[in-house]
Design a protein around this ligand. Sequence first.
Ligand SMILES: Cc1cc2nc3c(=O)[nH]c(=O)nc-3n(C[C@H](O)[C@H](O)[C@H](O)COP(=O)(O)O)c2cc1C
Ligand SMILES: [Mn+2]
Length: 456
Amino acid sequence: MTKDLRSFIAELEARSPDEVARVSQPISARYEITALLTQLEKKKRFPLLFCERVQGSDAPVVINAQASRRLMAVALECEPEDLARKFSERQAKPIPPVEMTNAPVHEVIQTGDEVDLSNIPILTHYDVNAAPYITAGIVVAVDPDTGVRNTSYNRLMMAGKRELRIFMAVGRHLWTLHDKLERRNQPLPIAIVIGVHPLFSLGAQAFTPATEDEYAVIGGMMGEPLQLVKARTVPIPVPADAEMIIEGQILPHVRRTEGPFGEFTGHAVSQDERQVIEVSAITHRKNYIFQDVHAGYTEHKLMGAVPREAALIKAVRQTVPTVKNVCMPVSGNCRFHAYISIAKRAPGQAKNAICAAFAADMLLKHVVIVDEDIDVFDEEQVLWAVSNRFQADKGLVVIANAQGSELDPSAGPGGVNTKMGLDATKPLDGFAPELRVPDEVMRKVRLEDFLPRFSK
Ligand SMILES: Cc1cc2nc3c(=O)[nH]c(=O)nc-3n(C[C@H](O)[C@H](O)[C@H](O)COP(=O)(O)O)c2cc1C
Ligand SMILES: [Mn+2]
C-alpha cells in the first residue's frame, strides 16, 4: 500500500489508538487549535491531533503527526533510541521515483482566479504571529541546470488570496537556487507539498549534497518509489498521494514584510523584508486533510532531531569510530544541544568528537560528550556525568564568533554565536569506582519475586 498521511493515521489508529486524539467539536484555526496543543504539551502528552471540524472550512486539520520519538519509531519501524541509525541506513539507499498520469492530489484543481488561499484552514498559532502561517509546507524546487529536485520545510506567511511570503535560511539549497535565478532575473518555480507520511517528511529533511535528488532520498526513507505526477502550472513533478499541492514561483528582486513568527526556539523572530511567492494553482484531494506543525513546540523541535542526529553520528564516527549514540534533546530545541556518547579508547577522543560535531552542524551550539555507560536520551544521566566527570579547566572548549542560527535569540547580528563543548568523560584509568551490587546478588534478588506490584 502507498504510504501517505491517511495510511499512517489508519495504521496508528489500528496499532495504538491512544496515540490519536480526535476532536469532533467545532474549533477555530485562529489560536484555538494551538490552545489545545499548549495544554497537551504542558501535560507532556503528544498524540496525533485530528480536528474534524474546523470553523470556516470543509477540511479537517491534522497536527502533531511527528510530535514524539515513539510516533517516528512507528513510521521507521524501530525502537525510539535507534531512529538516527535507521534513518542513516535508509538514507544510504535512495530509490528513484516513478511517474504516473493520474493522481489523488489532482482530484480538485484550482488555477487563475479560482485560487484562494483563504479557503484553506491555515492556522494562526500565536498572538505575536503576523498572519496565518503554513508550517507543514515542503517546498520542492528543481535546479534548472542539473534537474536535481530539492525539498525543504519553510515557513510560509499568508499575505493574500494568491500570495505567500517565505523564510529561506541563507546558504541552504533553496536559498541558493533562488539566488542563482534571481541573478538571471528569473523567478524560481516551486511546488509546496502539504499532508504527507512522516517518512516523506523525514526524507525531505535529510542532509544531502545539492547534487542528490531528494525525491530519491524520500523514496529510500519510505522503502518504496515515490509516485509522481506533473504539476499543472509549474515544470515540477509532485507526489501523487499528497493531500495538497500549492504551485507558484518565488519572484526575483521582490521583498515584502514577513513575520513576526513564533519559531522553534520558543521565541518569536521579528519581521523583515523577505521573498514573495505568487501562487498559480492549488490542487488537492476531494476530501483533503490539511496538515500543520505545532510551531515553536515539541513537534517543530523534534522534527529536526533525527536527520541532524544521523548527520552527527556519521561525522563523529569518521574521527571517533566507537561513537555510540547521539541525542539532540527537546530542551535544546533539537538543534542547539547534542549529547554524544562514545566508548573512549584514547585520551583525547572526546575533544575530537566535539570538533567533528561542530564541523558537521552549523546550528549546534552546545555539545556534551559522555561515556558509553550514559544513556544520552536520559537528560538526568547526562547532567550527572557533567556534575561528576567534568572539570571546566580541562574539559571546556569555547569557540567564539562562529556562525550559528539566525533564529538564536541570544546570538549576535546574522546569527554569530559562541560554541561550547563539554568533555564529561572519565579518564581512561584510575577514576573513582561506581556503585554496583554484585551480579550474582542482582540475579538472585529480583523485584518481580519480592515486590511484584513495583516491578512493572
Ligand atoms: C517544521 C520545520 C520548519 C522549518 N522552517 C524553515 C524555514 O522557515 N526556513 C528554512 O530555511 N528552513 C526551515 N526548516 C529547516 C529546513 O527544512 C531544513 O534545513 C532543510 O533540510 C533545508 O534543506 P535545503 O538545504 O535542501 O534547502 C524547517 C524545518 C522544519 C522541520
Ligand atoms: Mn537539499
